[in-house]
Design a protein around this ligand. Structure first.
Ligand SMILES: [Zn+2]
Ligand SMILES: [Zn+2]
Length: 217
């Protein structure tokens, strides 16, 4: 059994304390996180409605890990197929990775999705399996309208870098093009609240509804 499946089983295990089940969910996200670790966790707190007090909804952690698992199955099938093709290409003497790289091999800080790493509340609103399906379809050459990541069709939002502009998707802060100066910049503003608060679900109420007094992003 892979580590992911072992920890998924721990999230399901009602005999374990909530703390251990929550920590097993964390391990699963370190192993597979389509939006990056922090943004994927933030997404799951909302989509699975994980309350601040885990006891208030024992099934919330299970809903979260199942959403992640469903997306991982779709990704894994594609990643295995890709790996097999790469092996065949290498045997045939083609070593260079084809461009564009598959979506799961994007560089974390240079990809168009970097805002998701800067502010965990900026990520596509899609269910994780929908996001994976969308990325896989585009890898197969599908020409989908709107933002490549989330499908938002609104005009991009200009974001000042001090000397130029980087345009971001209004739905998920995807940046189709980097700043013309070629430097990396912070794309999302400083977070109004820290990662620790998100981890402890300060943006969620005790019963699993988003907390009306805190921004959810
Ligand atoms: Zn988007
Ligand atoms: Zn610049």
């Amino acid at each position: 059994m892979t580590s992911f499946l072992t920890h998924r089983a721990r999230v399901h295990d009602a005999c374990l304390p909530f703390r251990s089940r929550h920590s097993a969910l964390r391990t699963c996200i370190t192993l597979f996180a389509p939006y990056g670790f922090r943004a994927t966790y933030h997404h799951l707190t909302l989509s699975a409605a994980i309350p601040r007090r885990l006891e208030a909804d024992p099934d919330a952690l299970v809903r979260a890990v199942e959403e992640l698992h469903e997306a991982r199955v779709l990704w894994l099938a594609r990643a295995e197929e890709y790996a097999a093709r790469r092996r065949a290409e290498k045997q045939a003497g083609r070593r260079a990775v084809a461009n564009p790289r598959p979506w799961w091999l994007w560089s974390r800080w240079e990809g168009p999705d970097r805002a998701w790493y800067e502010d965990p509340s900026r990520h596509p609103p899609l269910r994780l399996s929908e996001y994976v399906r969308r990325q896989n379809a585009m890898m197969d050459g599908a020409d989908l309208p709107g933002c490549p990541a989330c499908g938002d069709e609104r005009p991009l939002e200009p974001n000042s870098t001090g000397h130029g502009w980087v345009e971001l998707c209004r739905g998920c802060a995807w940046a189709p093009a980097p700043c013309p100066c070629g430097q990396r910049h912070r794309l999302a503003p400083e977070m109004p609240y820290g990662w620790k608060g998100i981890w402890q679900r300060a943006h969620m109420g005790d019963e699993g509804m988003p907390n009306p007094h805190r921004p959810t992003g």
